[in-house]
Every structure is written in C-alpha cells, then in structure tokens.
Design a protein around this ligand. Structure first.
Ligand code: GLU
Length: 287
C-alpha cells in the first residue's frame, strides 16, 4: 500500500458525491434501491467510526421526471428550464424521503441542504452555511446536499454536482472528497474511443498535461458532469488542502475500501494554494 493510500485511513471529514446515473436504472430511470441502500450503509458506517460525512446527491431532476411521467418532448419545449425546475421540486422531496427512510433504519439522522452560488459568494450566507454545517456535525447528523435547482437560474447556478461537492468540501474544511461516477477515474485519453488510453492511479499535481487528459466526457445522459467538471472539482479540492478520489460507483462498497487505503480509482493529492479564493472562484463559474 502506498504511503498516500495509507493516509486515507486517517481522514476525518469526508464529502461523498454520487451522480444521477449511479442512482437510477439506465433502462427505466427508476431509483436503484439496492445501490441507495448500500450507499446509506457505507455512510452510516463512516459516522459510526466517529468521522464526519456529507453526501452530495444528484438525482432530483431525474427522480422528478420519473414521478410526473415526463415525456421527452416536454423537456424540449420553450419553458424547458421551468419544466426541469418543476421536476427538481418534485424529485428533491422524493429523493429526501427515500434517503430518510433508509437512513432511519440505521437510526441515522440526516439534514437537507440546498445551495446556490449565492450561498458561497455572499459573505453572510457563506458564514451561516458554514455554521450550520458545523452544528450538524456536532449533532452527529449527515447533511445531504444538492443545488437548489428550483430557484437556481443560469446566473446563480453552480451547474453541476461535481463542482458543487468540491465547493461544499472546501466550505466545511473536509480532508477528503470522493466522486463516485460511471467512470473508473482519469485516463490519459477517452478510453471509449482510444483503446491505448492508460489509467492514472495518482495525480501528484494538477499540471496542464493532466488537465488536458480530462477534456473528454463520460457519455452519461442523466447527470450534467463529465470528466472536465471532475477536473474542475479537483482544482478546487486540491487547492483547498484536501485529497480527492474519483472512483466507479458500479460497486458502492468502494467507499470503505478507499478509506481503508485500497488502490481504487484515481487519487488527486492535495496541493494547498494560499491564494485560492473560494467565493471569487465560485462567482466566476458559468459566466
Ligand atoms: N442538481 C441536479 C439534480 O439533482 C444534478 C446536477 C448534476 O448531476 O451534476 O438533478
């Protein structure tokens, strides 16, 4: 086991992001309860070790679309954004209901936190959000975060949950961010189109060369994040003094394996940058 992987055992505050495509059945769009249940067990187990954990969960829009039996043509109408936001309003409540039900089986209390860009950019909002998270950790609660898609319009959206999870991780001073996705991690090139693409186990420093490797997309049609948003998350996380791992959510049990130091996914090593200004960075997103 490498020394860097060995250090995963000592992580005390962990943010875990799971994407929509990892939470639903590709064929039907319905929630994958087996995966959800495994995810909840993994998170409860982290809490039981006395560590703080935050879940950043996508899936609101996907769950809402399913609930209201939305047909693809409705999504293409002029008011597509309003349709999406309406779906998020329905789906977020469903998602939380499902999480609370499963977490409840393990006597674990959860909280819902919905954020927008302003939560970070506005000093008072950021201060309040930071204090709320701290108090939730003190109370042993697991915060479940998503973007407030119902009110977030283009100007105030963070846009994708890869970036959101890194922003949250920086806000709460986490020491590890895990992005669970439908890809194994970072490759030298897109492995679906280039059979010679090689898997990268560790990124010691985010150089231009590594950033270029992340240009491709995952090809997932349900979430909004591709590899480029994961690289953006890596910039935020590593500059904010935390390691980050991208791993495949095919097997949700990778979470505890990563925390036990197993060589899974791509590990991005922290590279603290004193000059990194989170509010300023977030303000510049999607402009
Ligand atoms: N906030 C969106 C949702 O819950 C997902 C964004 C993303 O997948 O990155 O549906």
């Amino acid at each position: 086991m490498s020394a860097f992987r060995e250090m995963m055992k000592d992580k005390k505050r962990i943010v875990i992001k799971i994407g929509s495509s990892s939470l639903q059945h590709a064929e039907t769009g319905g929630l994958d309860y087996i995966k959800l249940e495994m995810l909840v067990r993994e998170l409860c187990n982290i809490r039981n070790q006395g560590k703080d954990v935050v879940l950043v969960s996508s899936g609101a829009i996907a769950a809402g679309k399913k609930a209201v039996h939305l047909t693809p043509d409705r999504m293409e109408q002029d008011n597509a954004i309003a349709v999406k936001q309406a779906c998020a309003a329905v789906g977020q409540a469903r998602l939380m209901m499902t999480y609370q039900k499963i977490f409840g089986e393990y006597n674990q209390v959860t909280a819902q936190i919905l954020m927008t860009k302003n939560t970070i950019v506005d000093n008072l909002n950021r201060y309040n959000a930071h204090n709320t998270f701290s108090e939730l950790f003190n109370l042993g609660v697991i915060p479940i975060v998503n973007e407030n898609d119902t009110v977030a319009t283009y100007e105030i959206e963070i846009g994708d949950n890869d970036t959101l999870s890194a922003v949250v991780a920086a806000l709460v001073d986490a020491d590890l961010l895990i992005l669970l996705s439908d890809i194994d991690g970072l490759y030298t090139d897109d492995p679906r189109t280039n059979l010679d693409a090689e898997f990268i186990e560790t990124v010691p420093k985010l150089t231009e060369e590594f950033m270029k490797m992340g240009k491709g997309s995952t090809g997932s049609s349900v979430g909004t994040g591709g590899m480029n948003t994961k690289m953006q998350a890596a910039v935020i996380a590593t500059k904010s003094n935390m390691d980050m791992v991208i791993a495949n959510s095919n097997d949700i049990r990778v979470i505890h394996k990563i925390l036990e130091g197993e060589n899974i996914g791509t590990l991005f090593l922290k590279n603290p940058d004193e000059g990194f200004d989170l509010p300023e960075f977030v303000e510049g997103l999607n402009q």
